[in-house]
Write a protein that binds this ligand. Structure first.
Ligand SMILES: O=C(O)CCC(=O)C(=O)O
Length: 267
C-alpha cells in the first residue's frame, strides 16, 4: 500500500462550516492520510489571547525538570493539563464550527473530549522519538488498520509551529500499515501557523521536532475520542480534563455531551 507523501491541507472558509457536500471528501482524505491541516480557522488575535492566558498561568512549567502533575514527554518537553476556563472555555475552540463536524463524522455521535492539555517544548529541546501516543487498541496490530478512528488529537498552535519553534513531524498513512515501529521513510514536518490547526489519528506515527527558538513552544493538544475509549497510559499523575462546576455551567447545552467526564455529580 503506498503511503500519502504529504499532509493534506484544507482552507477553512473563514472559520465557518465546511459545506456539507464537501465534508465527506474531506473526511475521506483525512481517513487516507490520518493527519490533516486546517488553515485560517481562527483570527491571530484569538490565539494571541489564548497564548497570553496560557503564559499567565502555566509559565511555572517552563523549567527543565519533572513535575508531579505534568508528564515529561521527551527532552525539555512537557504535557500540561490546561484548566478549561476563561478564554479556553469557548465553543469556538472545543466545538469549532469548521473542524468539529468532521471530528463528529469520524468518531460518531458519542464523541467526547477526552483530554485538554498543552505540549510545551522549551528552547533547546531535541527531537522527540517517533511514537504513537497510546498503544493500539488490540494487541494484534493487523486488526488496527481496518478500524475506523477512535481517538483523534486536535493540535492548536499557540505560537507558529515551524522549523525554528519546533513542529510535529508525521508519517502520513502510517495508521494503515501493519507495523510496531515507524516507517523507514522521511517524516513530513509541516508549518502550522497560528490560527491553523492540525488533526491526527492516534494510530499515526509522529514526533516533535527541536525548538531552536529562544521561547517556549506551547500547543494545545486536545484529544477527542469515542466515549468508550480510555487513554490508559498518559494520565497516571494528572487529570486529563479539569473544569470546575461554574465553568461547566457555561457550556451551551448542545455541547455538554463533550464534557461528560467533567459533569458535576448533581447533573
Ligand atoms: O511536541 C510535539 O510537537 C509533539 C508532541 C507529541 O507528539 C507528544 O507529546 O506525544
Amino acid at each position: 500500500m503506498s503511503e500519502p507523501a504529504e499532509i493534506p491541507r484544507v482552507k477553512a472558509p473563514g472559520g465557518a462550516v465546511i459545506p456539507e457536500i464537501l465534508q465527506d471528501e474531506v473526511v475521506r482524505r483525512f481517513a487516507e492520510a490520518g493527519v490533516m491541516i486546517f488553515d485560517a480557522v481562527w483570527p491571530a488575535a484569538v490565539i494571541s489571547g489564548l497564548h497570553d492566558a496560557y503564559g499567565a498561568v502555566y509559565a511555572n512549567y517552563h523549567h527543565d525538570r519533572e513535575f508531579a502533575d505534568a508528564l515529561a514527554v521527551g527532552d525539555k518537553r512537557t504535557m500540561i493539563t490546561i484548566t478549561v476556563d476563561g478564554p479556553f472555555n469557548d465553543p469556538g475552540l472545543y466545538a469549532n464550527p469548521t473542524v468539529f463536524p468532521l471530528i463528529s463524522k469520524l468518531l460518531g455521535d458519542d464523541v467526547i473530549l477526552g483530554s485538554f492539555v498543552s505540549v510545551t517544548s522549551l528552547p533547546g529541546s531535541l527531537d522527540q522519538e517517533a511514537h504513537l501516543d497510546m498503544p493500539l487498541l488490540f494487541e494484534a496490530e493487523r486488526v488496527s488498520p481496518e478500524l475506523p478512528s477512535y481517538s483523534l488529537t486536535l493540535v492548536i498552535p499557540l505560537v507558529d509551529m515551524n522549523a525554528m519553534n519546533g513542529t510535529t513531524a508525521f508519517f502520513p498513512g502510517s495508521h494503515r500499515v501493519i507495523a510496531d515501529e515507524p516507517p523507514g521513510s522521511e517524516p513530513v514536518a509541516p508549518d502550522v501557523p497560528v490560527g491553523s490547526a492540525l488533526l491526527f489519528d492516534a494510530r499515526v506515527w509522529h514526533g516533535g521536532t527541536p525548538n531552536r527558538s529562544a521561547a517556549p513552544r506551547p500547543v494545545l493538544y486536545n484529544t477527542y475520542q469515542r466515549s468508550w475509549f480510555r487513554d490508559t497510559v498518559n494520565f497516571l499523575s494528572q487529570s486529563p480534563l479539569v473544569m470546575d462546576p461554574a465553568e461547566w455551567a457555561r457550556i451551551p447545552d448542545q455541547h455538554r455531551f463533550l464534557f461528560d467526564w467533567a459533569r458535576p455529580p448533581q447533573d
